[in-house]
Every structure is written in C-alpha cells, then in structure tokens.
Design a protein around this ligand. Structure first.
Ligand code: NIG
Ligand code: FE
Length: 420
C-alpha cells in the first residue's frame, strides 16, 4: 500500500548520519514544518517539504493520509525491556513502600527469582499470549520496535521457552521484537551454592542452544554485586562471541563495579542503567561505538537517584532512553512517560530525549541503518502524536497522546475517532 502523509504540524525526520548521535548531535531533530512523507511497500520513499514530496512521481496514486495538523515522528525504539513474565510483583512493591530495598527483597527470595518461579510454571502458550497482549500496548503508545530479554527462566528449557515466546510474537507482528539472551540475570535458587556451575551452564549449554535455534541477537548480563562480577560477565561475553551473539550489559545500576572498560573492549552495543558511574567512566562512554542506555522509569519506580544524563551528554556520549519494562523495577511500557521523566528529572532537552528514544535506541540495537529516522530507504515506522508541537510529548505526562501508529507502512493502531 502506498501512502502520502500530508498536513503535519511538524515532521521530525531525525535525519543525519546512520549512527548513534553523540553529545551536541543529539540536539537537532530534523524539524520540517508541515512536512510530508511518501511510503511504498513498507519503506519511506520521500520525506520533507510538502511540495517536494507531493511532486514525487509515486505520490500521484498514493492513498492520502491527513495528519490533521499533528506531529509526526519515527516510531519509538525501546532498546531495553524484560517483557516476558507471568504476573506483577505486588508483594515486592508493597515491601519497598515499607522501606525494604530492591537488594533486601532479592536476598529474601523475592525479586527476580520470584518472577523465575512464575515463568517456570507457565506454558509457552501462556507466556506467548501475555506477551502478545503487552506487545499491543507498546504499539498503542507509539513504540514500533523493542528489545526483549529472556532472563526469568535461568535454565536451558525455560530460557529457550522465553525466547521462543519472543520469536512467536515478533513473527505475528506488528510489534518488532529483537531478542536478547539474559541467562546471567541471577543465579537460580537450585544452584545458589554452585555459581561456577551456573556460569558454565550459561556458557556451555544455554548459549550454544540459543545460537543453534537462532533465538537471540544479543547477550546481556546483570553485572552487579550479588549477581555477576566483571570477570564473570567477561567470560560470558567471550562465550557469547563464539556463539555469534553481541553483548549488551546491565552496568553500574545499584553500585559501581567498574564494568565500563570491559564492556567497551568486548564491543558491547550498549551499557544500560549507569546510575553509579563516576567521572573516570565518562571518556570511555563518550568515544567509540557504545550507547549509554538510560532507563529512568526504574529510578522513578524504585525512588532512587537518576543516572547522570547531563554529564554523559555534555561529555559527548550517545544516550538512548528505554523503558526497562519489567515486573520488578519498571512496570511501564510508555515511552512518552520516560521522555517526561528524562526531561524533568535528568534535565535532558525535549530534542535530546526524542533523539534518545528513536535513532539512538535503534543504534543500541544495531538498527541505525534501517530504523529510528524518517528518511528515504528507511522502514516506514511512524507515530502521529496528538500535539501541534513536539515539546508536548514530554509535557503532557501520564496519558499517552498517540493518534496513530504505523509499522512497516501499515496502520497498526489508531484512536477510535480516526479509524484510518
Ligand atoms: O533492569 N537489573 C536487573 N534487571 C531488571 C530488573 C528485573 C527484575 O527486578 O525483575 C532491571 O532493573
Ligand atoms: Fe533491565
């Protein structure tokens, strides 16, 4: 289906180099007033000034889509989520409200391990169904691609089950899910006295099984006191490299372990969380290919200090924003809420936040050549926002204002009143 989108108030093209935007490069959003977009067979053919786009030869018989004076931007790329789980963690939530910390709760057998029990007890069908339902909520909020981690199975059978659920929901569409194997999320209860045995199992059994079925693009590890050390994480990354999986890392979340240099050397696409970095980490995060993926919804939900977004951007880092959607630290799938938190709590500008949620999210997943901007040749993943000015996205918070979402050139969600 060919579409010609006209009559936007503002089109945010995010045009520029096909790579993560660093430091000051995060400021321009490629704003075109009343910009138009021409789409054919799921790809963007032309975008920009309305006269130019409407004059394109393929525009003549395209279906006209009136944006009604609203903002059009690339679909959000949420580059860090844990969306496969059986149910919420309300006991942990209440315990924290009474003063327990995330680490206390984990030590007492709650936390990640309680979600592991739920996932192990759920069938592949049940996990797939609940993930499919959640995928629809991401789409309703304007998110067109997510990274989706395993990590609540913690044995071969259940990690594969989670990844198969992700694969099934990705294949069903419309949400695109990029899978990450997170076997090193925690040591499971049955192996708590044999962590070495568990790490060997991750490296020698789980990773090869995941690779054999081509179930994940990335590997991740929770590099944190009480979870996995820098040395252990490095071993896992080395085994993953042999299996063809690229690393991402939960780094410096609750305490500083000094994992940044190792992550850069291992070629990690992103280092995520980064609440506890210090100045010595900034130069390494600023240069080179690594994206600093911040997930401030988790800080909001745990009532913990926010990561130093300003210091990172001012030092020249490429910051991405993601939800970290999961039942323990961030039960929120709405990227516009994350944009709002990023601006009000971390003092990112609206422009930086939008770049972080689109092209830099894409770069954190190695998708910078195909996703995250509205440029000819890119995948036609777009969101139309119920706003005249893009700064309204982080401004109106708590209720997503998406008019419609388009994935690969197909309208996959629209508010009832539009019925597009
Ligand atoms: O990103 N830190 C580790 N993993 C998740 C939390 C997972 C959970 O609590 O279930 C995070 O915050
Ligand atoms: Fe996480």
């Amino acid at each position: 289906m060919r579409h010609l989108i006209v009559n936007s108030s503002q089109l945010l093209m995010m045009n520029g180099p096909d790579r993560a935007r660093h430091g000051k490069e995060m400021q321009p959003v490629g704003l075109v007033r009343e910009g138009a977009v021409l789409i054919d067979e799921g790809k963007i053919i032309a975008a920009g000034l309305p006269d130019l786009v409407q004059g394109h030869e393929l525009a003549q018989d395209a279906r006209l889509l009136d944006a009604g004076g609203r903002v059009i931007l690339p679909g959000f790329v949420d580059s860090h989520t844990h969306p496969v789980f059986a149910g919420p963690r309300l006991k942990d939530f209440e315990a924290r409200l009474k003063g327990k910390t995330y680490a206390d709760i984990a030590d007492e057998g709650g936390g990640i391990l309680s979600t592991v029990n739920g996932v192990r007890g759920a069938s592949l069908n049940a996990l797939t169904e609940s993930l499919r339902e959640r995928a629809g909520r991401f789409i309703e909020c304007g998110t067109t691609t997510i990274e989706a981690k395993s990590g609540y199975g913690l044995d071969v059978e259940n990690e594969l089950k989670m990844l198969r659920a992700i694969k099934a929901v990705n294949e069903a569409g419309p949400l695109e899910l990029i899978a990450t194997f997170l076997g090193a999320h925690a040591v499971p209860g049955e192996m708590k006295h044999d962590r070495e045995g568990y790490i060997r199992r991750v490296c020698e059994e789980m990773l090869p099984a995941v690779a054999k079925e081509k179930l994940a693009s990335f590997v991740d590890a929770f590099c944190e006191k009480g979870f996995f050390s820098v040395e252990e994480t490095k071993r896992i990354f080395e085994a993953a490299a042999k299996a063809g999986l690229k690393p991402k890392i939960h780094a410096e979340q609750l305490s500083r372990s000094g994992s940044v240099p190792m992550s850069v050397t291992a070629g990690a696409l992103s280092a995520d969380h980064l609440e506890c970095i210090d100045d010595a980490d900034l130069p390494q995060l600023a240069k080179g290919g690594i994206v600093s993926c911040l997930v401030p919804g988790s800080n909001y939900f745990l009532a913990k200090p926010y990561p130093p977004a300003r210091r990172l951007i001012d030092a020249g880092a490429a910051v991405a924003l993601a939800t970290d959607f999961n039942p323990g630290t961030c039960p929120c799938w709405d990227m516009s809420m994350i944009l709002s938190i990023a601006c009000t709590q971390m003092k990112m500008t609206p422009e930086e936040a939008l770049v972080a949620a689109t092209i830099n999210g894409a770069a954190a997943l190695g998708l910078e050549k195909t996703h995250g901007t509205i440029e000819p040749g890119k995948t036609a993943d777009l969101v139309c926002y119920e706003a005249e000015d893009y700064r309204e996205l982080p401004y109106w918070f708590g209720a997503p204002q998406v008019a419609w979402t388009m994935k690969r050139g197909v309208m996959v969600h629209s508010r009832r009143e539009y019925r597009l």
